[in-house]
Write a protein that binds this ligand. Structure first.
Ligand code: OOG
Ligand code: NI
Length: 475
């Protein structure tokens, strides 16, 4: 009934979208299907062995009651223009994804910056935590004038959104960001086209080679007719076991797991991937057919293991220890050389012994964010005072703390993931950082949300709920 339309729930639409994306990617990159199988079989085994700390299980897997455990946790795209970015923002808003956080990739020598489109609320994250790392070109960082002009010229010629999709985005705008069932089905079909692979390039082989020689990322961003999703990432309950299994079946795997070392109390996130595969591409030829056969490397498969969200203080300690490990590694390896992956892992583990590895200690030192809930004991206890200190309530078993899952990305890991898939040698070298958050917001046509504010809100909301349930104030 058009007078009384039934709107599709945004979180449910996100799940349909994620499933469609996953199906497309498995069909287009069969090796990715193999990866998903490895991960789900390991997860299936581990979830039945109760050896995992329930807090860790909850961080890595989410709430088994409400979340779809096998659904991907993230993907990544690389865009070329402000118009592409603002259109993607409108597209993602329809499935409940909003830009959170700013990632400056110039520090890693990449002419780009990025944000994470993700759900904001706890309820929404529980239903489906899928998010997309979205980077966009910053032409002003390209030094070579000719290259810059070529990239901009190619990008100005392409349109990665179908007309039907644009109409649906307009409809979404006038319908307060909602779609009907029928519109949703069409939306998924049309949206997925933007992220699929187009085997005919939008550039000649010369143009492609020119951009590639300047920076491989440039060719990937500017020479194609779509903004192909470059990877999807399921979550794993044990990334070390999963990585061993990836190697055992002969996948070409990244040298090292990115992120913090393995810990009893995991923080942030750890990730690894199989390297990008080489895929056939037809390049256009000046003056028409036939097309020229070539190839391109962009798409890979990744896995991630999530830990606790750290506070700004926790983040500073993480960055400090990582920086410390890097500079020791440089000193140990000597000029321009890299330590072996094993030596590097050992060094990082040793240095991270300075990072507390006990949930209570992490919380009391203000290094992680937690949500709180009343225990059964707490609900049955008559409290004498009207005001309590949070730590006293936790210490006496009235309240229980659960670390909040880190829902964002690590810029250094992201840079590592870029590098390992672009054929550049060695680890990312130091570059002068030139962040431009304002420029990113202008291109988006929206402000970036601050992830620390979102975690703080989750933490405070949970304390307020406990306070109401216990009829006491908590400070
Ligand atoms: C994005 C890499 C970032 C991650 O997991 O850190 C990312 C890219 O290569 O486009 O997905
Ligand atoms: Ni990733």
């Amino acid at each position: 009934n058009p007078a009384n339309p039934v709107w599709v729930d945004r979180d449910a639409l996100r799940t349909d979208f994620t499933l469609a994306m996953s199906a497309m990617y498995k069909a287009e990159v069969p090796l990715y299907g193999d990866l998903v199988q490895i991960v789900s079989s390991i997860n299936g085994d581990l979830i039945h062995q109760s050896s995992l700390d329930p807090k860790v299980l909850s961080l890595r897997y989410g709430d088994a009651q409400s979340a779809r455990l096998d659904i991907e946790r993230h993907g990544a795209i690389r865009l070329g223009t402000p118009h592409e970015l603002s259109t993607i923002r409108r597209l993602f808003a329809l499935i409940g994804l909003y830009p959170v956080g700013y990632y400056d990739l110039s520090a890693a020598g990449l002419p780009m910056h990025a944000t994470c489109f993700r759900p904001r609320s706890e309820a929404s994250l529980l239903k489906n935590p899928f998010r997309v790392f979205t980077s966009v070109l910053r032409p002003e960082l390209l030094e070579n004038q000719e290259t810059k002009e070529l990239a901009l010229e190619l990008l100005s010629r392409r349109n990665i959104f179908s007309d039907q999709l644009m109409q649906l985005l307009d409809l979404g705008d006038v319908q307060s960001g909602r779609l009907t069932q029928e519109q949703s089905r069409e939306f998924i079909t049309e949206a997925i086209k933007t992220f699929g692979w187009q085997s005919t390039a939008a550039a000649t082989h010369n143009e492609y080679s020119h951009l590639r020689s300047e920076h491989p990322i440039l060719a990937d961003i500017a020479c194609f007719r779509s903004s192909h999703i470059n990877h999807l990432t399921p979550r794993t309950l044990d990334i070390n076991v999963a990585q061993d299994q990836m190697k055992a079946v002969g996948m070409q795997v990244k040298d090292r797991i990115e992120g913090p070392p393995a810990r009893a109390c995991p923080i942030l996130l750890r990730q690894t991937s199989f390297l990008a595969i080489e895929e056939p591409i037809k390049f256009i030829v000046e003056g028409g057919s036939p097309l020229l056969n070539g190839s391109h490397k962009a798409r890979f498969g990744e896995i991630e293991e999530r830990g606790a969200a750290v506070t700004p203080k926790g983040r500073r300690l993480y960055d400090e220890l990582l920086e410390n490990a890097m500079s020791q590694a440089r000193a140990m390896a000597g000029d321009g050389d890299d330590l072996s992956p094993e030596a590097m892992d050992e060094l990082v583990s040793r240095i991270f012994q300075a990072y507390p590895d006990d949930w209570d200690e992490l919380r009391r030192n203000g290094l992680i964010f937690c949500t709180y809930r009343c225990t059964a004991k707490g609900l049955n206890t008559k409290l004498a005072l009207s005001k309590y200190n949070l730590e006293i309530l936790v210490g006496s078993g009235i309240l229980e703390a659960q670390p909040i899952t880190y829902e964002d990305f690590l810029p250094l890991s992201a840079a590592g993931i870029f590098q390992s898939n672009l054929g550049s040698e060695g680890s990312p070298k130091e570059h002068v950082a030139r962040p431009d958050e304002k420029g990113m917001e202008e291109a988006l046509g929206a402000v970036l949300e601050d992830s620390d504010e979102l975690y703080t809100k989750m933490q405070n909301d949970s304390i307020n709920e406990c306070s109401s349930a216990l009829c006491v104030s908590i400070d």
